[in-house]
Design a protein around this ligand. Structure first.
Ligand code: HEM
Length: 417
């Protein structure tokens, strides 16, 4: 591969359009890892930042949440930064210690493997319904894998966990698309900027959830909304806006990411049919295959940190107030950590990927995501006799979530066992 020939200017690391047009810039990240892993990126109308591309450096930074804070900014945009919107309170991932730990603890029990075992049957049922719906249509044909399979499952699971009635699941789909894909022409509101589009979607989400919150206060259920309404910090209930911020982060964080891991995994199986056959023949490989799908796809492109004090990293002087972008997909191809990083290998072991992040903010939903992915693939993959692309892959305009918006596939399914 002619990595050195790829000029850094050929791709803007935080421009949504470049990700939509070209997918992940693995050549550029490879160059940065090799030549300048802590790279000052100032070719932007937005805030300049340190591009962090090595696995070890992302760990070093993520493990120091007081030195590298989330509260100041969570993502780096390509437009000039606006002041934080005073209407929306910070969500969990925008909090810093010690508040972050206190808030996280309020719900962390609901996301442990042990608690999730209680959900297993329900997730299984939801996944089976989705795959059966596909099969009922026809045992061969064409479909948009995102719309038919990858998107409905995480929406359904999150909605069900939160306690949103089935009749409203489509609304959630629309709100997450417009919040995460606010810079995408398919979702951006006419005459509105990307920031205005996201704000409008968040306002609608807040209004919707405020009604459900009131209902749960009157009539508690065994769901997350009820848990948020009953939560106490220092003996006090959470401020109403914090309850809504909780609903928002669970909805937003759990949807696009899982959707894109499922879709990117399917694409990897299409491109590596040998690995699909291997998994069909050896279902015991599913857990390691799921980890490889998360490494391979790494749905979160970057999260930002801001230095709260001066710090030296690989000889570079990071100043207090500087922004940093942690490029997780780059860390997950780091040749110092991974053997043959550019090969999709379902039996990769060890697989110390950073797809779910690391340290203080390590993905709260990692076990849930693994459960969803494994249930979806367990229902679907054994049924696949043939699968291929039926059209171009359409990617999301986003430098936060590396998304495939539409994955047209042509398939032939076997009857269920
Ligand atoms: C394959 C699917 C998923 C991927 C790749 C993913 C990835 C990530 C990443 C990279 C982070 C930031 C970690 C860090 O800063 O170190 C994160 C945080 C988070 N994720 Fe996920 N996620 C996924 C699924 C989910 C699901 C299903 C939920 C369900 C609720 C969820 C909820 C969260 C929350 C609440 C946070 C913030 C945690 C905190 O700040 O303490 N995620 N996720």
């Amino acid at each position: 591969m002619a990595a050195a020939a790829t000029p850094l200017e050929s791709f803007n690391l935080i421009h949504p359009d470049d990700y939509a047009r070209h997918g992940y810039p693995h050549e550029i990240w490879r160059r940065l890892r090799r030549e300048d892993p802590v790279h000052w990126w100032d070719r932007t109308a937005g805030v300049p930042f340190w591009a962090i591309t090595k696995h070890a450096d992302i760990i070093e930074i993520s493990k120091q949440p007081e030195r590298f804070v989330n509260g100041k900014r969570l993502v780096i945009g390509h437009e000039p930064e606006q002041r934080p919107d005073p209407v929306f309170p910070p969500t969990l991932i925008e909090m810093d210690p010690p508040k972050h730990g206190i808030y996280r603890q309020l719900v962390s029990k609901r996301f442990t493997p042990r608690y999730l075992q209680r959900l297993h049957r329900d997730v299984e049922r939801i996944a089976a319904e989705i795959v059966d719906a596909l099969v009922e249509k026809s045992d061969s044909g064409e479909c948009d894998f995102v719309r038919e399979v990858a998107a409905p499952l995480p929406i359904a699971v999150i909605a069900w966990l939160l306690g949103v009635p089935k009749s409203d699941w489509n609304l959630l789909f629309d709100w997450t698309n417009r919040t995460i894909g606010s810079g995408d022409p398919e979702y951006q509101r006419e005459g509105k900027t990307s920031q205005e589009t996201a704000r409008e979607a968040m306002t609608e989400t807040f209004l919707y959830f405020s009604k459900l919150v009131e209902e749960r206060k009157r009539k508690p259920e065994d769901d997350l909304i009820t848990l948020f309404t009953q939560a106490r910090v220092d003996g006090q209930p959470l401020p109403p806006m914090d309850v809504l911020a909780w609903c928002l982060i669970i909805l937003i964080a759990g949807n696009e990411t899982t959707r894109n891991a499922t879709t990117g995994g399917m694409l990897a199986f299409i491109e590596n049919p040998g690995e699909l056959r291997r998994l069909q023949q050896s279902p015991a490989l599913l857990p390691s295959a799921i980890e490889e799908v998360v490494r391979w796809t790494t749905p979160i492109i970057h999260f930002a940190r801001t230095a709260s004090e001066d710090y030296e990293l690989r000889g570079k002087r990071i100043r207090a107030g500087d922004a940093l972008a942690l490029f997780y997909p780059s860390a997950n191809r780091d040749e110092e950590i991974f053997d043959e990083p550019y090969r999709f290998r379902i039996d990769r072991d060890p697989n110390r990927h950073l797809g779910f992040g690391m340290g203080e903010h390590f993905c709260l939903g990692a076990h849930l995501a693994r459960l969803e992915l494994s249930v979806a693939y367990r229902h679907l993959l054994p049924r696949i006799e043939e699968v291929e692309l039926a059209g171009p892959v359409q990617r999301l305009h986003s430098s936060l979530v590396g998304g495939v918006k539409h994955l047209p596939i042509r398939y032939k399914l076997r009857p269920s066992a």
